[in-house]
Design a protein around this ligand. Structure first.
Ligand code: SAH
Length: 213
């Protein structure tokens, strides 16, 4: 395999900085994390390519630029409590943990949950807590969260997640009607008022709500 350190440097420069991402903590985290360990060995050579990749069970690890964009929109500061819905490979959660956050991530597919959990153990990343559940219900026992990130797209912003967002909190979530095309929505809670801003088109796998909607 090509040198992963050089591949990452190039990925950050050509795919992420070139598209306007400036948050140093985001760039440093992505430069540091071995993304090739979050995909199957047979796909490791593609881990630094400008595209999403399959991770099994019909799911994908997001394109590196999208991970960077969502992480920058969150405005993460160390020690923040962050909820992620859609653990998948665990890469997005690892980026946020690398930035110093305490991450709570929920996955509904057993096989992905167990392989992500093993990955975090192997990497000794203990600041990520995982749960096997329907993430549209959030993680009520750990709420409120300073930040929430949803890495799958559904028809609306699940109400429990808005309720579990702290005051002055931020959430990024793909929202859309048709399959695999959504708008990336930034939800801000400012003095109890909820404000939503559209940050442009994205293409995520489906957010499957088993009892939420
Ligand atoms: N953040 C991931 C990308 C995950 S793809 C990464 O960095 O690799 C989206 C994931 O969301 C899939 O694994 C899918 O199973 C999961 N998902 C979809 N609906 C969900 C729900 N209601 N609750 C929890 N996880 C869900």
């Amino acid at each position: 395999m090509v040198d992963p350190v050089r591949s990452r440097e190039r990925m950050v420069r050509e795919q992420i900085e070139a598209r306007g991402i400036r948050d140093k903590a985001v760039l440093d985290a992505i430069r540091t994390l071995p993304r090739h360990l979050f995909v199957e060995e047979a796909l490791a050579y593609k881990a630094y390519s400008d595209c999403p990749l399959p991770i099994g069970e019909g799911q994908t690890i997001s394109q590196p630029y999208i991970v960077a964009l969502m992480s920058e929109l969150l405005e993460v500061k160390p020690e923040m409590k962050i909820l992620e819905i859609g653990t998948g490979s665990g890469y997005q959660a690892a980026v946020l943990a690398q930035m110093g956050a305490e991450v709570f991530t929920v996955e509904r597919i057993k096989k992905l949950f167990f392989s992500a959990r093993k990955r975090f153990m192997d990497m000794r990343m203990f600041s990520v807590k995982l749960k096997l559940d329907d993430g549209t219900m959030g993680w009520p026992e750990e709420a409120p969260f300073d930040r929430i990130i949803v890495t799958a797209g559904g028809p609306e912003v699940p109400e429990p997640l808005v309720g579990q967002l702290a005051d002055n909190g931020r959430m990024v979530i793909p929202v859309g009607g048709t399959k695999r095309t959504q708008e990336l929505i930034l939800v801000e809670k400012i003095n109890g008022e909820v404000k939503m801003t559209n940050k442009g088109g994205v293409a995520f796998v489906d957010l499957v709500g088993s009892h939420g909607w």
